[in-house]
Write a protein that binds this ligand. Structure first.
Ligand code: NAD
Length: 309
């Protein structure tokens, strides 16, 4: 047994690298052609039914406007009904033929069941489920008074997405629909002061990557990993150097447009702004460098994240 592992340890890495050198150029050519084909024959969501969680502000709000502009019927879910009603009016003005508002907390299974049922009872179908609702808390791990204060992050970000997905799957199978899930680059980039949030987003990415393999082509899954996007979550009060904020932040509208376009093209992943995808490669190839600069910029000289904001 051990002999086989020793042999594979020696033979497999160089042969895999050699194989990749031959396979990568045709693979990337295939991906380019597929991108062009999907851009031309992308999904038309006019008249389709889209449910968006966390639609009362930020990315969720602008996703409602972008889907509305494309003529989709909308079910908007969040806890602040007054804000949802304002978003619903604007989405209708932009072109959505029918918008309903459902006040709910995604971390509660009974609420998730209610908003999925209300959506399907009202529209008769569900085509896109957008798991967007999310929260964060900024704190160094050792500064946390009680770990239970951070349970809510997992309850909303991870269990909230999972509850809604589990209940929506039978309807999405019928419509051959799609799931869009808003994860974060924080799921793979070790941003200090966000350990609980980072872990919740890593769990979300892993869950939906696995579900994609289980669902095959029956239900499409687009995992979104935004960088720094303008929203209530990233208000300048939370960011100590507003100068850095304005350089790095992307507008909510640009982000939402990119997400809906990618979902309609059937993309597996979207990173917004797309240049932040380079950080993934840097982290993969030189993790020590990423760790050094993260400590330098965000712990020793906290440039972006305020402590205990
Ligand atoms: P936001 O605070 O403006 O929006 C979050 C939305 O989720 C709000 O509508 C809020 O009311 C809702 N929400 C929170 N808890 C909820 C609950 N228990 N039940 C129902 N709704 C709830 O922030 P945002 O930046 O628009 O965040 C949207 C998503 O994008 C989140 O999942 C967040 O983690 C992710 N994200 C944001 C950024 C960024 O830079 N803004 C970066 C990466 C990922």
């Amino acid at each position: 047994m051990d002999f086989i592992h020793q042999l594979l340890n020696i033979v497999l890495p160089p042969s895999a690298l050699l194989l990749l050198c031959f396979l990568l150029p045709p693979y990337f050519a295939f991906k380019c052609l597929r991108y062009v084909k999907r851009s031309i024959c992308n999904e038309n969501v006019a008249g389709k039914v889209v449910l968006i969680t966390g639609a009362s502000s930020g990315i969720g709000e602008y996703l409602a406007y972008e889907y509305g502009r494309r003529g989709a019927c909308l079910a908007l879910v969040a806890r602040r009904e007054d804000r949802l009603n304002e978003v619903a009016i604007k989405a209708s003005e932009l072109g959505s033929p029918d918008v309903i508002v459902i006040r709910a907390d995604v971390s509660k299974v009974e609420d998730s069941k209610r908003f999925i049922d209300e959506t399907v009872n009202h529209f008769g179908r569900l085509d896109h489920l957008v798991n967007n609702a999310g929260i964060t808390k900024i704190s160094m791990f050792e500064d946390a008074n009680s770990i239970s204060d951070f349970h809510s992050i997992m309850n909303v970000n991870f269990w909230g997405s999972l509850n809604a997905t589990h209940l929506a799957v039978p309807h999405l199978r019928k419509s051959k629909g799609k799931i869009v899930v808003i994860s974060s680059i924080a799921g793979w980039f070790p941003t200090p002061r966000l350990s609980f949030y980072n872990a919740s987003k890593a769990a979300v990415t892993s869950l939906f990557d696995t579900l994609r393999t289980e669902f095959g082509s029956d239900i499409g899954i687009t995992i979104v990993t935004p960088g720094l996007i303008e929203s209530e979550m990233t208000e300048p009060e939370l960011i100590s150097e507003a100068r850095m904020y304005f350089i790095l932040v992307e507008s909510t509208e640009t982000c939402a447009k990119a997400i809906v376009s990618a979902a309609c093209r059937g993309e597996r992943y979207v990173t917004e702004p797309s240049w932040t995808g380079v950080l993934f490669v840097v982290k993969l190839l030189c993790p020590e460098v990423v760790e050094y600069f993260s400590r330098l910029l965000l712990i020793n000289r906290p440039m972006c994240l305020k402590k205990n904001a």
